[in-house]
Design a protein around this ligand. Sequence first.
Ligand code: ADP
Ligand code: MG
Length: 449
Amino acid sequence: MKRTGAAPAPLEPTLDPPAIETFDEWDLGRPVLDALDTMGIVTPTPIQRLAIGAVLEGRDVIAKAETGTGKTLAFGAPLVSKMDTERKTVLALVLCPTRELAQQVAEELTKCAQNRDLRIALVVGGDPMREQLLELQKGCQILVGTPGRVLDLLTQRYLSFPWVEFVVLDEADKMFEIGFLDDIRKILEATPAERQTLLFSATYVNEVLSLAREATRDPVEIATARGAATVDAIEQLWVPVEARDKVRLLTRLLDASREEDTFLVFCERRTDVDELLREMKRTQHSVTALHGGFDQEVRFRVMGLFRERKIKCLLATGVASRGLDVEHVSHVINFGVPRELEEYTHRIGRTGRAGRAGIAITFVSDEDWRRWRPLLAGANWKITEVAPAALLDDARRRPARDTKPRNDEDSTPRSATGRGQTAARDSLHTRRVSSRRKRSPDGDFGSGL
Ligand code: ADP
Ligand code: MG
Protein backbone atom coordinates (compact mmCIF):
# COMPACT_ATOMS: atom_id res chain seq x y z
CA MET A 1 0.00 0.00 0.00
CA LYS A 2 1.24 3.42 -0.90
CA ARG A 3 0.42 6.59 0.92
CA THR A 4 0.62 9.95 -0.73
CA GLY A 5 0.25 13.35 0.86
CA ALA A 6 -2.24 14.66 -1.70
CA ALA A 7 -5.93 14.88 -0.90
CA PRO A 8 -7.79 11.78 -2.03
CA ALA A 9 -10.11 11.98 -5.02
CA PRO A 10 -13.64 12.69 -3.85
CA LEU A 11 -16.20 9.95 -3.55
CA GLU A 12 -18.19 9.43 -6.72
CA PRO A 13 -21.27 7.72 -5.49
CA THR A 14 -24.27 6.28 -7.20
CA LEU A 15 -27.30 8.00 -5.76
CA ASP A 16 -30.34 6.15 -7.00
CA PRO A 17 -30.86 2.69 -5.53
CA PRO A 18 -32.18 0.11 -8.00
CA ALA A 19 -35.84 -0.80 -7.63
CA ILE A 20 -35.42 -4.04 -5.72
CA GLU A 21 -38.37 -5.02 -3.59
CA THR A 22 -37.31 -8.25 -1.93
CA PHE A 23 -34.15 -10.10 -1.02
CA ASP A 24 -35.09 -13.02 -3.34
CA GLU A 25 -34.06 -10.88 -6.27
CA TRP A 26 -30.44 -11.61 -5.38
CA ASP A 27 -28.75 -14.95 -5.47
CA LEU A 28 -28.23 -15.12 -1.72
CA GLY A 29 -29.20 -18.76 -1.43
CA ARG A 30 -32.02 -20.38 0.52
CA PRO A 31 -30.29 -20.52 3.93
CA VAL A 32 -29.71 -16.76 4.01
CA LEU A 33 -33.12 -15.90 2.57
CA ASP A 34 -34.79 -18.11 5.16
CA ALA A 35 -32.72 -16.52 7.93
CA LEU A 36 -33.76 -13.03 6.84
CA ASP A 37 -37.32 -14.24 6.81
CA THR A 38 -36.97 -15.52 10.36
CA MET A 39 -35.45 -12.18 11.35
CA GLY A 40 -38.56 -10.47 9.97
CA ILE A 41 -36.52 -8.63 7.37
CA VAL A 42 -38.48 -8.27 4.16
CA THR A 43 -37.78 -5.09 2.22
CA PRO A 44 -34.17 -4.13 1.55
CA THR A 45 -33.15 -0.62 2.58
CA PRO A 46 -31.61 1.73 -0.02
CA ILE A 47 -28.03 0.96 1.01
CA GLN A 48 -28.80 -2.74 0.85
CA ARG A 49 -30.30 -2.31 -2.61
CA LEU A 50 -27.12 -0.59 -3.72
CA ALA A 51 -24.53 -2.78 -2.02
CA ILE A 52 -25.70 -6.40 -1.99
CA GLY A 53 -25.40 -7.00 -5.74
CA ALA A 54 -21.91 -5.50 -5.87
CA VAL A 55 -20.68 -7.57 -2.92
CA LEU A 56 -22.10 -10.74 -4.47
CA GLU A 57 -20.30 -9.94 -7.72
CA GLY A 58 -17.02 -9.77 -5.87
CA ARG A 59 -16.49 -6.05 -6.19
CA ASP A 60 -14.76 -3.88 -3.63
CA VAL A 61 -17.25 -1.41 -2.19
CA ILE A 62 -16.96 2.02 -0.60
CA ALA A 63 -20.39 2.73 0.84
CA LYS A 64 -21.76 5.74 2.61
CA ALA A 65 -25.08 5.65 4.45
CA GLU A 66 -26.38 7.13 7.64
CA THR A 67 -26.67 5.31 10.93
CA GLY A 68 -29.56 2.91 11.27
CA THR A 69 -29.96 2.23 7.57
CA GLY A 70 -29.03 -1.44 7.71
CA LYS A 71 -25.39 -1.35 6.73
CA THR A 72 -24.61 -4.54 8.63
CA LEU A 73 -26.82 -6.70 6.42
CA ALA A 74 -25.78 -4.74 3.35
CA PHE A 75 -22.40 -6.45 3.68
CA GLY A 76 -23.42 -9.24 6.08
CA ALA A 77 -26.03 -11.01 3.98
CA PRO A 78 -23.85 -11.41 0.87
CA LEU A 79 -20.82 -12.19 3.04
CA VAL A 80 -22.57 -15.01 4.88
CA SER A 81 -23.94 -16.26 1.60
CA LYS A 82 -20.47 -16.42 0.01
CA MET A 83 -18.69 -18.23 2.84
CA ASP A 84 -17.33 -21.67 2.06
CA THR A 85 -18.55 -23.78 4.98
CA GLU A 86 -16.09 -26.55 4.14
CA ARG A 87 -13.14 -24.43 5.16
CA LYS A 88 -12.47 -23.99 8.85
CA THR A 89 -10.15 -21.02 8.79
CA VAL A 90 -10.67 -17.26 8.95
CA LEU A 91 -12.09 -16.27 5.57
CA ALA A 92 -13.64 -12.94 6.55
CA LEU A 93 -12.41 -10.28 8.90
CA VAL A 94 -14.88 -7.64 10.06
CA LEU A 95 -13.40 -4.69 11.94
CA CYS A 96 -15.65 -2.48 14.05
CA PRO A 97 -14.77 0.60 16.11
CA THR A 98 -16.02 -0.43 19.54
CA ARG A 99 -16.66 -3.52 21.55
CA GLU A 100 -20.42 -2.85 21.56
CA LEU A 101 -20.62 -2.35 17.81
CA ALA A 102 -18.53 -5.47 17.22
CA GLN A 103 -20.88 -7.44 19.47
CA GLN A 104 -23.92 -6.15 17.59
CA VAL A 105 -22.41 -7.01 14.24
CA ALA A 106 -21.44 -10.49 15.43
CA GLU A 107 -24.98 -11.04 16.65
CA GLU A 108 -26.53 -9.84 13.40
CA LEU A 109 -24.17 -12.05 11.38
CA THR A 110 -24.90 -15.01 13.63
CA LYS A 111 -28.63 -14.58 13.02
CA CYS A 112 -28.06 -14.25 9.31
CA ALA A 113 -25.90 -17.41 9.34
CA GLN A 114 -28.31 -19.46 11.46
CA ASN A 115 -29.01 -21.89 8.61
CA ARG A 116 -25.41 -22.25 7.51
CA ASP A 117 -22.69 -24.25 9.17
CA LEU A 118 -20.53 -21.24 9.97
CA ARG A 119 -18.67 -20.14 13.04
CA ILE A 120 -18.45 -16.49 13.92
CA ALA A 121 -15.98 -15.41 16.59
CA LEU A 122 -15.67 -12.14 18.44
CA VAL A 123 -12.38 -10.66 19.63
CA VAL A 124 -12.65 -7.35 21.44
CA GLY A 125 -10.67 -5.45 24.01
CA GLY A 126 -11.77 -5.40 27.62
CA ASP A 127 -12.45 -9.13 27.92
CA PRO A 128 -9.73 -11.52 28.98
CA MET A 129 -7.87 -12.84 25.97
CA ARG A 130 -7.89 -16.45 27.11
CA GLU A 131 -11.57 -17.11 26.46
CA GLN A 132 -11.41 -15.49 23.08
CA LEU A 133 -8.41 -17.62 22.20
CA LEU A 134 -10.30 -20.77 23.10
CA GLU A 135 -13.09 -19.68 20.76
CA LEU A 136 -10.58 -19.04 18.02
CA GLN A 137 -9.04 -22.46 18.42
CA LYS A 138 -12.37 -24.05 17.54
CA GLY A 139 -11.91 -22.53 14.10
CA CYS A 140 -14.11 -19.79 12.71
CA GLN A 141 -14.76 -18.50 9.22
CA ILE A 142 -15.86 -15.00 10.22
CA LEU A 143 -13.86 -13.04 12.75
CA VAL A 144 -15.44 -9.88 14.11
CA GLY A 145 -13.30 -7.61 16.24
CA THR A 146 -11.95 -4.25 17.21
CA PRO A 147 -8.67 -3.24 15.52
CA GLY A 148 -6.70 -2.96 18.78
CA ARG A 149 -7.41 -6.47 19.95
CA VAL A 150 -7.09 -8.00 16.50
CA LEU A 151 -3.69 -6.37 16.05
CA ASP A 152 -2.58 -7.61 19.48
CA LEU A 153 -3.50 -11.16 18.60
CA LEU A 154 -1.82 -10.76 15.25
CA THR A 155 1.48 -9.45 16.63
CA GLN A 156 1.48 -12.13 19.33
CA ARG A 157 0.94 -14.63 16.53
CA TYR A 158 -2.25 -16.06 17.93
CA LEU A 159 -3.86 -15.02 14.69
CA SER A 160 -2.83 -14.94 11.07
CA PHE A 161 -4.83 -14.23 7.96
CA PRO A 162 -3.30 -16.13 5.05
CA TRP A 163 -6.68 -17.29 3.71
CA VAL A 164 -8.69 -14.16 4.27
CA GLU A 165 -10.89 -13.40 1.26
CA PHE A 166 -12.97 -10.56 2.71
CA VAL A 167 -12.14 -7.60 4.89
CA VAL A 168 -14.93 -5.32 6.09
CA LEU A 169 -14.20 -1.96 7.70
CA ASP A 170 -17.48 -1.14 9.39
CA GLU A 171 -18.25 2.39 10.63
CA ALA A 172 -14.90 3.55 9.30
CA ASP A 173 -15.55 7.14 10.37
CA LYS A 174 -15.76 6.10 14.01
CA MET A 175 -12.61 4.02 13.67
CA PHE A 176 -10.88 7.15 12.49
CA GLU A 177 -12.23 9.17 15.44
CA ILE A 178 -10.91 6.58 17.84
CA GLY A 179 -7.52 6.68 16.14
CA PHE A 180 -7.60 3.17 14.71
CA LEU A 181 -6.58 3.89 11.14
CA ASP A 182 -2.94 2.95 11.62
CA ASP A 183 -3.88 -0.29 13.33
CA ILE A 184 -6.17 -1.02 10.43
CA ARG A 185 -3.40 -0.41 7.93
CA LYS A 186 -1.20 -2.90 9.75
CA ILE A 187 -3.97 -5.48 9.83
CA LEU A 188 -4.67 -5.00 6.13
CA GLU A 189 -1.00 -5.60 5.39
CA ALA A 190 -1.30 -8.99 7.03
CA THR A 191 -4.09 -10.05 4.66
CA PRO A 192 -3.75 -11.21 1.05
CA ALA A 193 -3.74 -8.39 -1.51
CA GLU A 194 -6.35 -10.16 -3.66
CA ARG A 195 -8.97 -10.00 -0.91
CA GLN A 196 -12.35 -8.30 -1.44
CA THR A 197 -12.53 -5.14 0.66
CA LEU A 198 -15.72 -3.43 1.84
CA LEU A 199 -15.93 -0.11 3.65
CA PHE A 200 -19.09 1.16 5.28
CA SER A 201 -19.29 4.54 6.90
CA ALA A 202 -21.72 7.36 7.61
CA THR A 203 -19.21 10.02 6.58
CA TYR A 204 -15.94 10.11 4.66
CA VAL A 205 -13.42 12.62 5.93
CA ASN A 206 -10.19 12.79 3.94
CA GLU A 207 -8.34 10.38 6.22
CA VAL A 208 -11.00 7.72 5.81
CA LEU A 209 -11.23 8.36 2.09
CA SER A 210 -7.44 7.95 1.75
CA LEU A 211 -7.65 4.65 3.56
CA ALA A 212 -10.57 3.62 1.35
CA ARG A 213 -8.56 4.39 -1.78
CA GLU A 214 -5.50 2.50 -0.54
CA ALA A 215 -7.39 -0.51 0.66
CA THR A 216 -9.62 -1.13 -2.36
CA ARG A 217 -9.20 -1.95 -6.02
CA ASP A 218 -11.58 -0.54 -8.63
CA PRO A 219 -14.26 -0.09 -5.98
CA VAL A 220 -17.95 0.50 -6.55
CA GLU A 221 -18.78 3.73 -4.74
CA ILE A 222 -22.26 4.05 -3.38
CA ALA A 223 -24.04 6.49 -1.11
CA THR A 224 -27.51 7.14 0.11
CA ALA A 225 -26.75 10.10 2.33
CA ARG A 226 -26.16 13.45 0.78
CA GLY A 227 -24.04 16.23 2.16
CA ALA A 228 -25.28 19.74 2.71
CA ALA A 229 -23.53 21.11 -0.37
CA THR A 230 -26.64 21.33 -2.49
CA VAL A 231 -28.85 23.40 -0.20
CA ASP A 232 -29.13 26.01 -2.90
CA ALA A 233 -31.19 23.61 -4.99
CA ILE A 234 -33.93 23.79 -2.36
CA GLU A 235 -36.46 26.59 -2.13
CA GLN A 236 -36.14 27.94 1.41
CA LEU A 237 -38.78 30.02 3.13
CA TRP A 238 -39.46 31.09 6.67
CA VAL A 239 -42.78 32.14 8.10
CA PRO A 240 -43.29 34.34 11.12
CA VAL A 241 -46.11 32.66 13.02
CA GLU A 242 -47.34 32.72 16.62
CA ALA A 243 -46.56 29.52 18.46
CA ARG A 244 -50.26 28.77 19.00
CA ASP A 245 -50.99 29.14 15.27
CA LYS A 246 -48.37 26.69 14.10
CA VAL A 247 -50.63 23.64 14.15
CA ARG A 248 -53.25 25.47 12.16
CA LEU A 249 -50.72 26.68 9.63
CA LEU A 250 -49.42 23.16 9.13
CA THR A 251 -52.95 21.84 8.73
CA ARG A 252 -53.77 24.50 6.16
CA LEU A 253 -50.60 23.72 4.24
CA LEU A 254 -51.59 20.07 4.13
CA ASP A 255 -55.12 21.01 3.06
CA ALA A 256 -53.74 23.09 0.24
CA SER A 257 -51.13 20.58 -0.91
CA ARG A 258 -51.38 18.33 -3.89
CA GLU A 259 -52.12 14.68 -3.49
CA GLU A 260 -48.60 13.59 -4.37
CA ASP A 261 -46.92 16.00 -1.95
CA THR A 262 -45.22 14.43 1.03
CA PHE A 263 -44.32 16.36 4.17
CA LEU A 264 -41.52 15.71 6.62
CA VAL A 265 -42.03 17.82 9.73
CA PHE A 266 -39.24 18.31 12.24
CA CYS A 267 -39.68 18.96 15.94
CA GLU A 268 -36.93 19.53 18.45
CA ARG A 269 -37.78 16.92 21.04
CA ARG A 270 -39.62 13.65 21.27
CA THR A 271 -42.25 15.24 23.49
CA ASP A 272 -42.85 17.91 20.84
CA VAL A 273 -43.37 15.16 18.27
CA ASP A 274 -45.84 13.37 20.54
CA GLU A 275 -47.75 16.53 21.26
CA LEU A 276 -47.96 17.56 17.62
CA LEU A 277 -49.05 14.07 16.65
CA ARG A 278 -51.96 14.31 19.08
CA GLU A 279 -53.05 17.57 17.53
CA MET A 280 -52.61 16.43 13.95
CA LYS A 281 -54.56 13.21 14.52
CA ARG A 282 -57.64 15.43 14.61
CA THR A 283 -57.16 16.40 10.98
CA GLN A 284 -58.17 14.21 8.07
CA HIS A 285 -54.59 13.79 6.86
CA SER A 286 -52.54 10.66 7.34
CA VAL A 287 -49.98 11.77 9.87
CA THR A 288 -47.52 9.48 11.64
CA ALA A 289 -44.55 10.05 13.90
CA LEU A 290 -41.06 8.67 14.23
CA HIS A 291 -38.66 9.17 17.06
CA GLY A 292 -35.97 7.40 19.02
CA GLY A 293 -38.43 6.41 21.73
CA PHE A 294 -40.08 3.87 19.42
CA ASP A 295 -38.64 0.41 19.21
CA GLN A 296 -36.82 -0.76 16.11
CA GLU A 297 -39.77 -2.73 14.80
CA VAL A 298 -42.12 0.25 14.89
CA ARG A 299 -39.47 2.48 13.38
CA PHE A 300 -38.99 0.15 10.45
CA ARG A 301 -42.70 -0.23 9.90
CA VAL A 302 -43.12 3.53 9.78
CA MET A 303 -40.11 3.89 7.51
CA GLY A 304 -41.56 1.24 5.19
CA LEU A 305 -44.93 2.99 5.03
CA PHE A 306 -43.23 6.28 4.38
CA ARG A 307 -41.11 4.77 1.62
CA GLU A 308 -44.24 3.33 0.05
CA ARG A 309 -45.80 6.80 0.24
CA LYS A 310 -48.60 5.66 2.47
CA ILE A 311 -47.89 8.51 4.86
CA LYS A 312 -48.69 12.02 3.79
CA CYS A 313 -47.02 13.72 6.68
CA LEU A 314 -44.33 12.34 8.94
CA LEU A 315 -43.38 14.06 12.18
CA ALA A 316 -39.85 13.35 13.37
CA THR A 317 -36.92 14.47 15.42
CA GLY A 318 -33.71 15.17 13.54
CA VAL A 319 -32.03 12.03 14.82
CA ALA A 320 -34.96 9.79 13.95
CA SER A 321 -34.99 10.98 10.36
CA ARG A 322 -31.45 9.76 9.70
CA GLY A 323 -32.39 6.37 8.36
CA LEU A 324 -35.28 7.54 6.23
CA ASP A 325 -35.60 6.92 2.55
CA VAL A 326 -36.68 10.43 1.69
CA GLU A 327 -36.35 10.73 -2.03
CA HIS A 328 -39.95 11.71 -2.55
CA VAL A 329 -40.26 14.34 0.20
CA SER A 330 -41.61 17.52 -1.38
CA HIS A 331 -41.90 19.63 1.79
CA VAL A 332 -39.64 19.83 4.77
CA ILE A 333 -41.22 21.81 7.59
CA ASN A 334 -39.23 22.99 10.57
CA PHE A 335 -42.02 23.19 13.08
CA GLY A 336 -39.46 24.60 15.44
CA VAL A 337 -36.11 26.20 14.76
CA PRO A 338 -33.13 23.85 14.82
CA ARG A 339 -30.29 24.56 17.21
CA GLU A 340 -27.55 24.87 14.64
CA LEU A 341 -27.13 25.71 11.01
CA GLU A 342 -25.68 22.28 10.40
CA GLU A 343 -28.83 20.67 11.72
CA TYR A 344 -30.88 23.03 9.55
CA THR A 345 -29.00 22.05 6.39
CA HIS A 346 -29.19 18.42 7.32
CA ARG A 347 -32.96 18.63 7.70
CA ILE A 348 -33.68 20.59 4.58
CA GLY A 349 -31.36 18.26 2.68
CA ARG A 350 -34.10 15.68 3.13
CA THR A 351 -35.99 17.24 0.25
CA GLY A 352 -35.05 18.17 -3.27
CA ARG A 353 -33.15 14.93 -3.72
CA ALA A 354 -31.97 13.51 -6.99
CA GLY A 355 -32.92 16.63 -8.89
CA ARG A 356 -36.49 16.73 -7.63
CA ALA A 357 -38.12 19.98 -6.65
CA GLY A 358 -38.20 20.56 -2.93
CA ILE A 359 -39.33 23.25 -0.58
CA ALA A 360 -38.26 23.87 3.01
CA ILE A 361 -40.37 26.05 5.29
CA THR A 362 -39.32 27.10 8.79
CA PHE A 363 -42.00 28.21 11.26
CA VAL A 364 -40.63 31.00 13.43
CA SER A 365 -42.51 32.22 16.50
CA ASP A 366 -41.45 35.12 18.66
CA GLU A 367 -39.76 32.68 21.02
CA ASP A 368 -37.96 31.03 18.13
CA TRP A 369 -36.60 34.29 16.85
CA ARG A 370 -33.67 34.33 19.28
CA ARG A 371 -32.44 31.10 17.73
CA TRP A 372 -33.51 31.83 14.20
CA ARG A 373 -31.80 35.20 13.83
CA PRO A 374 -28.22 33.88 14.12
CA LEU A 375 -29.05 30.98 11.79
CA LEU A 376 -30.48 33.32 9.22
CA ALA A 377 -27.42 35.54 9.50
CA GLY A 378 -25.05 32.57 9.33
CA ALA A 379 -26.56 31.10 6.16
CA ASN A 380 -24.76 32.46 3.15
CA TRP A 381 -27.66 31.63 0.87
CA LYS A 382 -31.15 32.93 0.58
CA ILE A 383 -33.94 32.06 2.98
CA THR A 384 -36.98 34.10 2.05
CA GLU A 385 -39.45 35.46 4.55
CA VAL A 386 -43.08 34.98 3.63
CA ALA A 387 -46.31 35.75 5.48
CA PRO A 388 -48.56 32.80 6.39
CA ALA A 389 -51.45 34.07 4.29
CA ALA A 390 -49.25 34.52 1.25
CA LEU A 391 -47.81 31.06 1.70
CA LEU A 392 -51.24 29.47 1.89
CA ASP A 393 -52.66 31.58 -0.82
CA ASP A 394 -49.91 30.43 -3.05
CA ALA A 395 -50.18 26.78 -2.12
CA ARG A 396 -53.91 26.88 -2.73
CA ARG A 397 -53.67 28.46 -6.10
CA ARG A 398 -51.26 25.79 -7.22
CA PRO A 399 -53.21 23.51 -9.57
CA ALA A 400 -53.71 19.95 -8.43
CA ARG A 401 -51.61 18.14 -10.98
CA ASP A 402 -50.34 20.86 -13.14
CA THR A 403 -47.78 20.20 -15.77
CA LYS A 404 -48.75 23.25 -17.77
CA PRO A 405 -47.30 26.69 -17.21
CA ARG A 406 -49.44 28.94 -15.09
CA ASN A 407 -48.91 32.11 -16.99
CA ASP A 408 -47.57 33.42 -20.24
CA GLU A 409 -44.19 34.50 -18.99
CA ASP A 410 -43.48 31.05 -17.74
CA SER A 411 -43.84 28.92 -20.80
CA THR A 412 -40.65 26.93 -20.44
CA PRO A 413 -41.13 23.18 -20.29
CA ARG A 414 -41.24 21.57 -16.88
CA SER A 415 -38.29 19.64 -15.57
CA ALA A 416 -38.37 15.88 -15.42
CA THR A 417 -40.15 16.09 -12.10
CA GLY A 418 -42.96 17.96 -13.82
CA ARG A 419 -44.39 19.28 -10.62
CA GLY A 420 -45.28 22.70 -11.85
CA GLN A 421 -43.97 24.28 -8.71
CA THR A 422 -41.57 26.75 -10.17
CA ALA A 423 -44.03 29.38 -11.20
CA ALA A 424 -45.96 29.09 -7.98
CA ARG A 425 -42.89 29.44 -5.88
CA ASP A 426 -41.41 32.25 -7.87
CA SER A 427 -44.48 34.25 -7.14
CA LEU A 428 -43.82 33.85 -3.44
CA HIS A 429 -40.71 35.92 -3.74
CA THR A 430 -42.64 38.87 -4.99
CA ARG A 431 -44.81 38.74 -1.94
CA ARG A 432 -42.24 39.11 0.77
CA VAL A 433 -43.51 40.83 3.81
CA SER A 434 -41.70 43.60 5.56
CA SER A 435 -43.06 43.15 9.02
CA ARG A 436 -42.44 39.99 10.95
CA ARG A 437 -45.84 40.07 12.51
CA LYS A 438 -48.97 40.54 10.52
CA ARG A 439 -51.98 38.93 12.04
CA SER A 440 -55.54 39.93 11.61
CA PRO A 441 -57.63 40.56 14.74
CA ASP A 442 -59.62 37.35 14.32
CA GLY A 443 -56.52 35.38 15.12
CA ASP A 444 -56.16 33.89 11.67
CA PHE A 445 -53.37 34.65 9.29
CA GLY A 446 -54.66 37.83 7.76
CA SER A 447 -56.74 38.11 4.64
CA GLY A 448 -57.39 35.33 2.23
CA LEU A 449 -58.34 32.66 4.72
P1 ADP B 1 -26.34 0.79 10.50
O1 ADP B 1 -25.13 -0.08 10.55
O2 ADP B 1 -26.57 1.37 9.15
O3 ADP B 1 -26.35 1.84 11.56
P2 ADP B 1 -27.72 -1.62 11.28
O4 ADP B 1 -27.15 -2.54 10.28
O5 ADP B 1 -27.18 -1.69 12.65
O6 ADP B 1 -27.64 -0.11 10.77
O7 ADP B 1 -29.31 -1.86 11.28
C1 ADP B 1 -30.16 -1.27 12.22
C2 ADP B 1 -31.33 -2.19 12.51
O8 ADP B 1 -32.13 -2.34 11.37
C3 ADP B 1 -30.95 -3.59 12.94
O9 ADP B 1 -31.74 -3.92 14.04
C4 ADP B 1 -31.31 -4.46 11.75
O10 ADP B 1 -31.69 -5.75 12.12
C5 ADP B 1 -32.44 -3.71 11.15
N1 ADP B 1 -32.56 -3.89 9.69
C6 ADP B 1 -31.55 -3.96 8.81
N2 ADP B 1 -32.01 -4.09 7.57
C7 ADP B 1 -33.35 -4.11 7.65
C8 ADP B 1 -34.40 -4.23 6.68
N3 ADP B 1 -34.15 -4.34 5.38
N4 ADP B 1 -35.68 -4.22 7.13
C9 ADP B 1 -35.93 -4.11 8.46
N5 ADP B 1 -34.99 -4.02 9.41
C10 ADP B 1 -33.71 -4.00 9.02
MG1 MG C 1 -23.49 -0.30 11.56
